[in-house]
Design a protein around this ligand. Structure first.
Ligand code: FMN
Length: 365
C-alpha cells in the first residue's frame, strides 16, 4: 500500500504517472522557454522568512474573507479550462473539493461543465472567470454567472493574443472536450475558443477588450470585478481608478508571455499602487504553505493554485483537490506557528526578507 501524499509534489509525481504524456504536457507547460514558469518558483525561494519564537501561538486563525466572502484559509482555486482532461467529473469534482476545504473556486469560461452545473455541485463560493468573447457572448456569460449565484466576475486580461505552448504544438494536442458554457450557442469554434486555447483552433483576433470597455462591462452586472493578470503598478493604478474591486496578480503560470518576473515579485508594487482600494491576490508558483505566508506578508489578501488542482483531480477527483488544499492548510498553519503569528489577517511587518533589487514596491524596513 502506498503512502498518502505528504506534499504537493507527491500529488504532482502521481498525476504524471496517471496522465497521458500529451495531457501532462498541456497542464505542465509554460510559454516558449518556460523561463517565467521556473521564475515563479525561484522568486518564492528567493524570499525568506524571519521566524519569531517564544510567543503564545496556541490559537491560530487562518480564515479570511475575499470581497466579503468567508473562506477557511487564504488559498483559493485559480480558474483553468478543461478539468475533464484530468478527471471525468471535471469542474464538478473541483468545486466539491474546494467546498470540502471551505474555500473559493474560480470557474473558467473554458470549463467543460457549464457554470450552472458547477454552481449546482458547489458548496463554497464561486467567482466566474471571464474571457471576453465579443460583446454579445460576454454579456450572455456575465448575466448567466450572476443568475447562477457567482459572487464576482474575474476578467482575465493577460491573454491579448494566442500563445500556444510549444509542447502542445509538438504534440499536436487537442483537448477534445466540449466547452460547457457554450453548449446552447451555435457559434463556430473560432468565436467561443480563446487565446489560451489549443493550437489549431482559429481564434478571432478582433476581440481584445480595452480599458474603454470596462465601464460597459461593469454596467452589465452589480457583481464586483476582479482583474486577473495585472503585473505592474502602472496597470494597477488604472485598475483602481476604474473602480476595480480586486486584482489577481498572475503570470498565468508562465503560460502566456515568457520572460516576465515571477508573480510574487510583482506583488509589492501592485499592493502599493492599489492603496488599499482593491484587494490584491496572487497566483503562479504557489506550492507551499510558506509561499502563502510570504505572499500575505507582502500585502496579498489570499493566493490561488492552478496546476496543483489538476494534480489533485488526476490522483483522486474531488478528494484529491481537497487533499491538495488540506496539505496547504497544514503548511500554512505550521508556517504561522514558526513565525509567531496567530491571525492571518494581521500578519506583522518584516516577516520576510526581500531580496535586494526587487521592483519599485519594496517594503519599508
Ligand atoms: C491547464 C491550465 C489551464 C488554464 N486555463 C485558464 C483559463 O481558462 N483562464 C485563466 O484565467 N487562467 C487559466 N490558467 C491559469 C491559472 O488560472 C493560473 O493563473 C496558473 O495556473 C497559476 O499558476 P500555477 O499553475 O503555477 O499555480 C490555466 C492554467 C492551467 C495550468
Amino acid at each position: 500500500m502506498s503512502m498518502d501524499p505528504i506534499n504537493l509534489y507527491d500529488y504532482e509525481a502521481r498525476a504524471k504517472l496517471t496522465l497521458s504524456h500529451d495531457t501532462w504536457d498541456f497542464i505542465d507547460a509554460g510559454a516558449m522557454d518556460e523561463f517565467t514558469t521556473r521564475r515563479n518558483r525561484s522568486a518564492f525561494e528567493d524570499l525568506t522568512l524571519r521566524p519569531r519564537f517564544l510567543r503564545d501561538i496556541g490559537e491560530r486563525d487562518i480564515s479570511t474573507t475575499v470581497l466579503g466572502e468567508k473562506i477557511s484559509m487564504p488559498v483559493m482555486v485559480s480558474p483553468a479550462g478543461s478539468h475533464m482532461v484530468a478527471h471525468p467529473d471535471g469542474e464538478l469534482a473541483t468545486a466539491r473539493g474546494a467546498g470540502m476545504s471551505d474555500t473559493l473556486m474560480m470557474l473558467s469560461t473554458s470549463s467543460n461543465y457549464s457554470m450552472e452545473e458547477v454552481s449546482e455541485a458547489a458548496t463554497g463560493p464561486l467567482w466566474f472567470q471571464l474571457y471576453h468573447r465579443g460583446y454579445d457572448l460576454t454579456e450572455m456569460l456575465v448575466h448567466r454567472a450572476e443568475e447562477a449565484g457567482f459572487k464576482a466576475i474575474c476578467l482575465t486580461v493577460d491573454t491579448p493574443s494566442p500563445s500556444p505552448k510549444e509542447r502542445d504544438l509538438r504534440n499536436q494536442y487537442s483537448r477534445g472536450f466540449e466547452l460547457g458554457n457554450f453548449r446552447a450557442t451555435d457559434r463556430p469554434q473560432s468565436e467561443i475558443s480563446g487565446t489560451d486555447e489549443t493550437p489549431g483552433w482559429e481564434v478571432s483576433r478582433a476581440l481584445p477588450i480595452t480599458w474603454k470597455e470596462l465601464e460597459w462591462l461593469r454596467g452589465l452586472t452589480s457583481l464586483p470585478l476582479v482583474l486577473k493578470g495585472i503585473r505592474t503598478a502602472e496597470d494597477a493604478h488604472v485598475a483602481v481608478e476604474n473602480g476595480v474591486n480586486g486584482i489577481l496578480v498572475s503570470t498565468h503560470g508562465g503560460r502566456q508571455m515568457d520572460s516576465t518576473m515571477g508573480a510574487i515579485e510583482m506583488v509589492p508594487e501592485v499592493v502599493e499602487a492599489a492603496k488599499g482600494q482593491a484587494e490584491v491576490y496572487v497566483d503562479s508558483g504557489v506550492r507551499r504553505g510558506s509561499d502563502v505566508i510570504k505572499a500575505l506578508a507582502l500585502g496579498a489578501r489570499a493566493v490561488a493554485i492552478g496546476r496543483p488542482l489538476f494534480w489533485g483531480l488526476a490522483v483522486n477527483g474531488a478528494d484529491g483537490v481537497h487533499g491538495v488544499l488540506e496539505l496547504l492548510r497544514e503548511e500554512v498553519d505550521r508556517a504561522m506557528s514558526y513565525c509567531g503569528q496567530t491571525n492571518i489577517r494581521e500578519l506583522e511587518p518584516n516577516l520576510v526578507n526581500i531580496p535586494y533589487g526587487w521592483g519599485p514596491g519594496r517594503m519599508a524596513p
